[in-house]
Ligand binder design. Structure first.
Ligand code: NAP
Length: 325
């Protein structure tokens, strides 16, 4: 038998239950992975609460993990039993001892990257890869605003921006989180629970404002974020930690300076195996050369997934959170 977390109805973390299941055999094009560590992401909370619908219920949860290939389905050529691997996409169900998923969503881990580091950073690191290298291809010298800068995605973004020579202004809700963002290479921080973000950005940039705003907070920060941009600059809205941005009148982009806006997702960028490999290699090389250190702020046993999600949702965590099966 094998254990996994599942939920039969949406709601608060009490809907999560640990159940015994028989490990599935992989189908054509699939592999079964024995997870060594599992990544916890805010998107898991969107599925649990029903903001994003699960394909059917009961459903497993989670899309990020690292472990060892245990069984290989027909037609899979790039993976074999015993390979050390990681993944950040695919069907829900990573919160488990075993996970079966399409082999095309799985990459081989370089020897120098351990399971916990991989599980803590695959989804978040690939997200930062596409945000900073593709959605807007930063070259160095730009000034950007990045919300939730001490979180899982934010901690990697601070380091990658620094390595690129980009001035990242990070927003955070506490002084302790400001210190973490600074230590990770943020050029400046703003405590958005106490300070006026637009005024501080104006001061810090001497009136020039930002080339790009990366906003994963959503509802609470949408208009503030638009006000932090230069004319004709880019707003990247990539998350809903405070609730989704909806009911937007497009005219606001005209009023605030002929702005551009995009609402990207990892699946929209890593939409083919070749692209996943390119993005992973780029991210892994940043770890291997020491430009990015993955900060695992919290570790929980798999059985305590609900407790771990509550900590993330109540803004108590810093860096990445992992579950250990
Ligand atoms: N589109 C994509 O491809 C993609 C991929 C990965 C992640 N994301 C998004 O990126 C964001 C960060 O993900 P993560 O897993 O690394 O989480 P995280 O940043 O570790 O945790 C979320 C952080 O958001 C901030 N926050 C602001 N308002 C909040 C609120 N009302 N409730 C809860 N948190 C709030 C908190 O930091 P402060 O206390 O400092 O405010 C909190 O620590 C999430 O919104 C996620 O959905 C998007």
């Amino acid at each position: 038998m094998s254990q996994r977390i599942q939920f039969a109805k949406t709601g608060d973390s009490s809907v999560l239950e640990l159940v015994d299941v028989t490990p599935q055999a992989p189908g054509e094009g699939e592999v079964r992975i024995r997870n060594k560590a599992i990544g916890l992401n805010f998107i898991d909370i969107y599925f649990r609460t029903g903001l994003y619908p699960a394909p059917s219920l009961p459903a497993g949860l989670g899309t990020e993990g690292a472990g060892v290939v245990e069984a290989v389905g027909a037609g899979v050529s790039h993976l074999k039993e015993g390979d050390r691997v990681a993944y950040a996409q695919g069907p829900l169900g990573a919160y488990a001892e075993h996970h079966v998923l399409p082999a095309d969503k799985v990459v081989v881990l370089p020897d120098g990257i351990d399971f916990e580091t991989a599980a803590a950073s695959m989804l978040k690191g690939l997200t930062v890869q596409y945000l900073l290298r593709q959605t807007f291809a930063l070259r160095g010298g730009e000034t950007i605003l990045f919300h939730a800068a001490a979180g899982g995605v934010g901690s990697i973004a601070c380091q990658w921006a620094k390595a690129l020579g980009v001035k990242l202004i990070g927003t955070v809700s506490t002084a302790e989180k400001a210190d973490i963002a600074k230590a990770n290479g943020a050029w400046a921080t703003i405590n958005y629970s106490e300070e006026n973000v637009v005024e501080r950005v104006r001061e810090l940039t001497k009136g020039a404002m930002c080339d790009v705003v990366y906003d994963s907070v959503g509802k609470d920060t949408w208009e503030t974020s638009l006000d932090c941009l230069k004319p004709r600059a880019l707003m990247v809205s990539f998350g809903n930690a405070s609730g989704p941005v909806d009911g937007v009148n497009l005219g606001i982009l005209n009023q605030k300076g002929s702005l551009f806006v995009t609402r990207p997702s990892l699946n929209g960028y890593a939409d083919a195996r070749e692209r996943l490999e390119l993005m992973s290699n780029d991210f892994f090389s940043m770890i291997e050369k020491g430009s990015i250190k993955v900060d695992i702020g919290q570790r929980y046993p798999l059985a305590e997934a609900g407790k771990a999600q509550d900590a993330v949702q109540s803004r108590k965590t810093t860096g990445s959170t992992i579950l250990i099966p």
